[in-house]
Ligand binder design. Structure first.
Ligand SMILES: C[S@@+](CC[C@H](N)C(=O)[O-])C[C@H]1O[C@@H](n2cnc3c(N)ncnc32)[C@H](O)[C@@H]1O
Length: 206
């Protein structure tokens, strides 16, 4: 990986994903998390301030060393133990049925093989456990989708492999999750091509 990917992209993500407009969405998606939680694409720990006190431990999966370093102040400020225990969501090092819940925020766009990551999450979640997610992906409107397809190659080059056109709910369902809560909307303050969000809860089957 080159300098741009390792040293620039994590800083861009820290600023772009750290916009205050996203705070209410982070609060919503973290609401109800409890017990042992795995968070994939932990980034710079922007969800930490929104972790509810019902979480007992977070296992963070994040390939970027710089992302993890940028999380240091937030890590120091939380009483919830957070450990970086994985580098790749596509291949988790935990045994089956390890976690009470999972968290993924704007990450399925970037993991090269999102399907593999979701299968891994399902494997490590206890039966019936919930994945809390907010992800941007393929827009509900055809006019926006056309632009997403046009801009997708540039987006991937500029933002560390981020795709604009992933069908989030279809990916979840294909991996064997049941989507039990779902809100689809355009995030305020961002261009629609990058802001077609799906926020909800999906449960891992038994
Ligand atoms: C757009 S950022 C979102 C970061 C964070 N979830 C947030 O809400 O601020 C996508 C994150 O996915 C991470 N990522 C990329 N490939 C990954 C992989 N194979 N496994 C886990 N995370 C990955 C990136 O390093 C980056 O931190």
């Amino acid at each position: 990986m080159g300098f741009y990917t390792t040293q620039v992209v994590p800083r861009i993500i820290n600023v772009a994903c750290g916009m205050k407009e996203a705070d209410p969405l982070r609060r919503r998606v973290c609401d109800g998390l409890a017990g042992e939680v795995v968070e994939i694409g932990f980034g710079s720990g922007l969800n930490i301030p929104f972790y509810p006190a019902t979480i007992t431990r977070v296992s963070a999966v994040e390939p970027s060393d710089l992302g993890w370093r940028l999380a240091s102040r937030r890590l120091a400020a939380t009483r919830i133990p957070v450990q970086r225990t994985g580098l790749d969501g596509q291949s988790l090092l935990y045994p089956d049925d390890s976690f009470d819940a999972a968290l993924s925020t704007w990450t399925l766009c970037t993991i090269p093989d999102a399907e593999a990551a979701l299968h891994e999450l399902r494997r490590v979640l206890k039966p019936g456990a919930a994945l809390h997610f907010v992800e941007h992906g393929l827009a509900p409107d055809e006019s926006v989708r056309r632009w997403q397809h046009r801009l997708d190659p540039m987006q991937q080059r500029l933002f560390g492999g981020c795709h604009l056109t992933r069908p989030i709910v279809d990916l979840l369902t294909a991996a064997g999750f049941t989507v039990t809560e779902l809100d689809v909307f355009y995030e305020k303050g961002a261009p629609k091509v990058m802001a077609a969000d799906s926020l909800g809860i999906a449960t891992a089957g038994g």
